[in-house]
Write a protein that binds this ligand. Sequence first.
Ligand SMILES: Cc1cc2nc3c(=O)[nH]c(=O)nc-3n(C[C@H](O)[C@H](O)[C@H](O)COP(=O)(O)OP(=O)(O)OC[C@H]3O[C@@H](n4cnc5c(N)ncnc54)[C@H](O)[C@@H]3O)c2cc1C
Length: 319
Amino acid sequence: MAGVWVLGENREQLFELLSIGRSLADKYGTTLAAFAFQDTQAARDCIARGADRAVVLKYRGQEGPLDVFMPTIVEEVKGKDPDMLLIASTYRLKELAARIAERLKAGLCSDCIKLVFNEEEKSVEMERLMYGGSAVQKVVCLSRPAMATIPPGTFEKAEAGSGPGKEGDVDEIVQTNEPAVTMLERKVREREAKDIREARTVICVGRGFEKKEDIKLAEELATVLRGEIAGTRPVTEELHWLPESLCIGLSGIQVRPDLYIGLGVSGQIQHVTGLRDAKVICAVNRDANAPIFGVSDLGIVGDLYDVVPKLVDELKKGF
Ligand SMILES: Cc1cc2nc3c(=O)[nH]c(=O)nc-3n(C[C@H](O)[C@H](O)[C@H](O)COP(=O)(O)OP(=O)(O)OC[C@H]3O[C@@H](n4cnc5c(N)ncnc54)[C@H](O)[C@@H]3O)c2cc1C
């Protein structure tokens, strides 16, 4: 038995992995299986979106680290011998993926952003960024299964009815083993923000803003365009003017909006990596040589403190 297996923490991650998983499974000439954690409906929906088999992994104890599922996944892999395991690159799943790979002595390409099937070798060439995003590393796993973690937002979601479209049963595996880690307390992070990976318009705040209060300029633009605010790493992770979860780029998230507008963003590769799939990229920067203009469809060379209020006024007239 073989197959391509996908594992995600939630429906969105599973649906994204199903789209790349389906195309690889078809090229391998094999089946596609989806593994969901705790959520039977998500597993069922995976069948409608292209999976041939869906498994829901359940645990009767407290919610917490996913390492409790590691022995079962390892045993499933040993028994069914899949060709590939594609796992969402989240904090918890990256840790789980590394443990599974170690147990199986399998090769694992982390934060993989592209997978290309090699017809002759019947293998998959995986690409990941390295040296802070300035180089692309190509990886081929010689061991079996080939494993990759894939950042959420890398692939489009599989649509309902995109696969074989048949009804399928959902297998349930209930864990009984004790987790290695006990969760003592659960605290919701302060400054929790919206998930901007779904936003159609993203206004990105860069270090060109002089102080936190000035972000209201970007918010006004976001309001008139019905968009969401995001930031570069200095603005989110260093200055904490915006939540860290809004950082776009290599160490943040990947977005794929219809429209991205960078305000006072220089456009370093580590940032641009996170927006390469935006349909239209616009930038406002007072430096005509800023690298962001090299990847922009539209650019305004000017001071954002002059340009943005004018832009908002003009857009208000048009809406
Ligand atoms: C391993 C690694 C990972 C990283 N990951 C990320 C990541 O995920 N995301 C990320 O964003 N960065 C990341 N970085 C940092 C990245 O290299 C850049 O430093 C960062 O993106 C720069 O942010 P910025 O454009 O806001 O600031 P700056 O580079 O300081 O640019 C500010 C820009 O604003 C312009 N400006 C200034 N004043 C005005 C004004 N009044 N009007 C208009 N324009 C103005 C300037 O001309 C300049 O171009 C990473 C770096 C490393 C080494």
